[in-house]
Design a binder for this molecule. Structure first.
Ligand code: 4AD
Ligand code: MG
Length: 461
């Protein structure tokens, strides 16, 4: 039985349970005729203390020689623990060593740095902190689905292999079945028509465009899957492979979009506060002592909403020496975003109506001809956590914009069709899932909140 379930049963006062627990040895303490083994089965943060008496059949040969990291199966009786540190313990009647851990097992009882743990990403979920992050990430994924389910959204699986570049940033990874090495050796030119799909294909940067097609049929949909960007940003907030949650709503405008996004973020925070208490308490002890206060604040207070115009004015008036100059028409850099949320407002900020020229083709043009119905949600400590917009539903406007950007219309004919066959106002957004996991866990580096991070120069494991 999972230890977590045992703890639940014990709080329902069922002492004296005879059960089997399967897990990995975290540490052992031997005294004369008894060994105390801390076992963790991954179901919760807490270790189970196993009391192994010298009378066990394999005590001398195995139990006394147990190494950290070994996999064991313990049968015995759960009893109230006379010692401090745990309420219950398992008095072993049998201990079976299923898999020995070699002597060079790298995880010791001491604290390891996150940088070191990254080099052993295959073992790091066995530590308290990375195990907690993995459970919180799982809980938040579940909350994503329950939030949308409760609101009548349908989950759509958009393709991973794509032929478009939704964001138009040119940061795609090509997908090819050609033997590139051979072509290079033969000095041949690349001809995508000879490739698997008969054209150039890439890993998706966003499921948005395909989600729009489904929103135009099912009304309210969302995607939640991996996305890929070959942007050379070696920062604590960028990954080359990250997960994105992208809802899309028909018959909605930018205000509805912002309302949904705010409600969604707050829902995720409340879910974590209510369901991940033990793991959050660990993060507070080791990573950030103000964590739960911060989560509660953000979950309760209304977000600040202001236009890009106003944001630029506030940043200019602040007279701060930023590394990047603040200038109307230029994108806000992370230092500006963080100044707004951390210094000026000290809470999440929604910035709307960005200049048209710095945003992708699909955003709806505002009447001023200068800006689009876009919104970014900025979080303290993180910067941009959500990017969204109302989409350009007017055929001529959309085509005009695509032409002005030099896009090949043929490749997006299906997307343009959506404006020819029953177009409707619609809006959506994308949440960088790792960034919300970062915010909830207090982890400073995004590489700690995804199991096997992919970043420039690094795709180990
Ligand atoms: O602002 P972005 O680029 O928006 C889109 O992709 C839209 N198609 C979303 C939509 O409207 N459906 O990305 C959305 C979010 C960002 O706010 C950020 O949180 C996250 O995705 N993100 C990244 N997270 C980790 N690593 C990266 N390299 C990221 N790039 C974006
Ligand atoms: Mg963005």
């Amino acid at each position: 039985m999972q230890y977590r379930r045992v703890v639940e049963l014990m709080t329902e006062k069922e002492l004296g349970l005879h059960l089997e627990v399967r897990g990995w040895v975290r540490s052992c303490r031997h005294s004369k005729e008894v060994t105390f083994i801390d076992v963790n089965d991954g179901s919760c943060l807490a270790n189970l203390q196993v009391v192994a008496e010298g009378s066990l059949a394999n005590y001398a040969e195995e139990v006394k020689r147990l190494t950290n990291g070994s996999a064991i199966v313990v049968r015995g009786e759960f009893c109230a623990s006379p010692a401090q540190g745990q309420a219950v313990e398992l008095r072993a009647s049998t201990i079976k060593v299923v898999g020995w851990a070699a002597e060079d097992y790298p995880l010791q009882k001491k604290r390891h740095s996150f940088e070191f743990l990254r080099q052993i990403s295959h073992l790091r979920p066995r530590t308290n902190s990375l195990g907690a992050v993995a459970r919180i990430r799982s809980a938040l994924s579940y909350a994503v689905h329950s939030f949308f389910k409760e609101r009548g959204f349908f989950y759509v699986h958009t393709p991973i292999i794509s032929t478009g570049d939704c964001e138009g940033a040119g940061e795609t990874f090509t997908v090819s079945a050609l033997n590139l090495e051979k072509l290079a050796l033969q000095g041949q030119k690349l001809d995508w028509r000879q490739d698997f799909f008969g054209r150039q294909a890439n890993l998706t940067v966003s499921g948005q465009l395909e989600a729009e097609a489904y929103a135009m049929a099912l009304g309210r949909v969302y995607t939640f899957g991996p996305t890929f960007r070959a942007e050379n940003s070696n920062t604590s907030r960028h990954l080359a492979e990250f997960w994105m949650v992208e809802p899309e709503m028909a018959f909605c405008d930018l205000q509805d979009d912002i309302d949904l996004a705010e409600e969604f973020l707050k829902y995720l925070l409340r879910y974590a506060l209510a369901n991940c208490q033990e793991d959050l308490a660990l993060m507070m002890n080791y990573v950030d002592k103000d964590l739960s206060l911060r989560l509660e604040n953000v979950a309760e207070k209304a977000f600040v909403r202001l236009s890009y115009d106003e944001a630029v004015r506030l940043l200019t008036d602040a007279k701060v020496d930023f590394s990047y100059q603040v200038q109307w028409g230029a994108d806000l850099h992370s230092e500006h975003e963080r100044f707004l949320t951390e210094q000026i407002f000290k809470q999440p900020v929604v910035v709307t109506d960005y200049p048209l020229q710095i945003k992708p083709f699909y955003m709806r043009a505002n009447d001023d001809g200068q800006t689009v119905a876009a919104m970014d949600i900025l979080f303290p400590g993180i910067g941009e956590i959500i990017g969204g917009s109302q989409r350009e539903e007017r055929l001529e406007r959309l085509v005009g914009r695509m032409e002005s950007l030099g896009m090949v219309l043929d490749e997006y004919q299906w997307y343009i069709d959506l404006r020819r066959y029953g177009s409707a106002p619609h809006a959506g957004f994308g949440l960088g899932f790792e960034r919300i996991v970062q915010f909830v866990t207090g982890m400073k580096n995004i590489r700690e909140v995804i199991p096997f991070p992919r970043t420039p120069g690094s795709a180990a494991f």
